[in-house]
Design a protein around this ligand. Structure first.
Ligand code: G3P
Ligand code: CA
Length: 359
């Protein structure tokens, strides 16, 4: 009877080791909710101005966002729209039409503050009149390595969900050159102090090919759905560390699917506090907001300070990626399952043979 008992125990051990519940894939968890100042704080100050960035940081933003365009003479400037018409005032020959058809000298003649005063009289300030579009270099020079940047490459208007558009124009290369020059490449790679985002996969893939250590975020247009975004997550995980869907496309299923791919999820663009609470309840890892002050209030004691928010986000991502796809035994960290199973099997067979011979 001794051998059958031993056999029972060994087969039992084998069965337990092989139970699906004994192994699990890692998923993203444990990072803070990062507060991304959308165009600075576009609800309170003229978007993409130093005034807007300063106020966003005062109001609790962990990151300040830059939308990049390249002038006709190859300078990266920070302005959202392809055309200058909506946000600038000034000589028509300089301040209307595509940014990409103007020189830096022309762009610098445009006033990017007055439109805000006209549109938002409640928040208007005299000092906003005459503000200039900043170059990316001017932004880096002002904030250096003291703040976190969330930079979007907008090489050309990306039609919704169009993955085929050219990355074009050398924007990516110039961005990486400036990051190197201002000492931001290493803090980006190690600590997510710079996140690079785009709606255009080709742009992110170009950057990934040049420097795979940089953290990238794949944006999805609001014409996508939770379903189409979900179907793209595995591909995005090939080059990105996060995804940025429209808030309207976010539900618990999408958050869980992103986390299962070790992708952080940072929806855009939150304005109202109830929506911010809803996103937090769904488990997002951060969000773009025109009002970082409101998000800071909603997060309360949970609000991280900017640098630790970036570092902790990077750590959570690394922890997930280091375990992704691996079979993790529930009883420990060493993947001994295949060896234990084989050993138990061989031992059992040996004992079985011995038992049959004795009988
Ligand atoms: O980049 C995230 C969010 O800013 C996307 O919307 O159009 O403001 O760039 P958009
Ligand atoms: Ca943007």
């Amino acid at each position: 009877m001794r051998y059958p008992n031993v056999l029972t125990m060994l087969f039992g051990l084998l069965a337990v080791l092989c139970l699906p519940g004994a192994a699990q894939a890692a998923e993203l968890e444990g990072g803070p909710v990062v507060n991304v100042g959308h165009r600075g704080t576009a609800g309170l100050a003229p978007e993409h101005t130093i005034a807007s960035y300063d106020l966003a940081l005062e109001n609790g933003a962990d990151y300040i966002e830059q939308d990049l365009r390249m002038t006709s003479d190859g300078v990266l400037v920070v302005v959202h729209d392809e055309d200058l018409d909506r946000t600038t005032r000034g000589p028509a020959e300089n301040c209307t039409g595509p940014v990409g058809e103007k020189t830096l000298e022309q762009v610098k003649t445009c006033d990017v503050g007055s439109f805000f005063n006209e549109r938002y009289p409640d928040f208007a300030r005299e000092e906003y009149e005459g503000l200039k579009i900043p170059t990316l270099e001017e932004v880096f020079r002002r904030y250096g390595t003291e703040t976190n940047y969330y930079i979007e490459t907008r090489s050309a208007e990306a039609p919704p969900g169009n993955p085929g558009i050219d990355a074009s124009s050398g924007m990516e290369e110039e961005l990486l050159r400036l990051m190197d020059e201002y000492g931001l490449s290493e803090p980006a790679a190690g600590s997510w102090r710079v996140l690079i985002q785009s709606f255009v996969p080709a742009s992110l893939e170009e950057i990934h090919a040049k420097d795979p250590s940089l953290p990238l975020v794949q944006l999805y247009s609001d014409e996508e759905t939770g379903e189409t975004i979900g179907a793209d997550l595995e591909a995005a995980g090939g080059y990105a560390v996060g995804v940025g869907p429209s808030m309207d496309d976010v539900d618990r299923g999408l958050v869980e699917a992103a986390h299962a791919e070790c992708l952080a999820i940072h929806p855009y663009t939150l304005l109202e506090e109830p929506d911010m609470r809803k996103m937090i309840d769904l488990g997002v890892d951060g969000m773009f907001t025109d009002f970082p002050n409101r998000l800071e209030g909603v997060l309360g004691e949970e609000a991280a300070d900017g640098n630790s928010a970036a570092v902790e986000s990077a750590e959570a991502s690394r922890a997930c990626l280091s375990g992704a796809g691996a079979e993790v035994p529930a009883t420990g960290g060493i993947p001994l399952l295949p060896y234990a199973a084989l050993g138990a099997l061989l031992l059992s067979l040996g004992l079985l043979v011995a038992t049959v011979r004795r009988a």
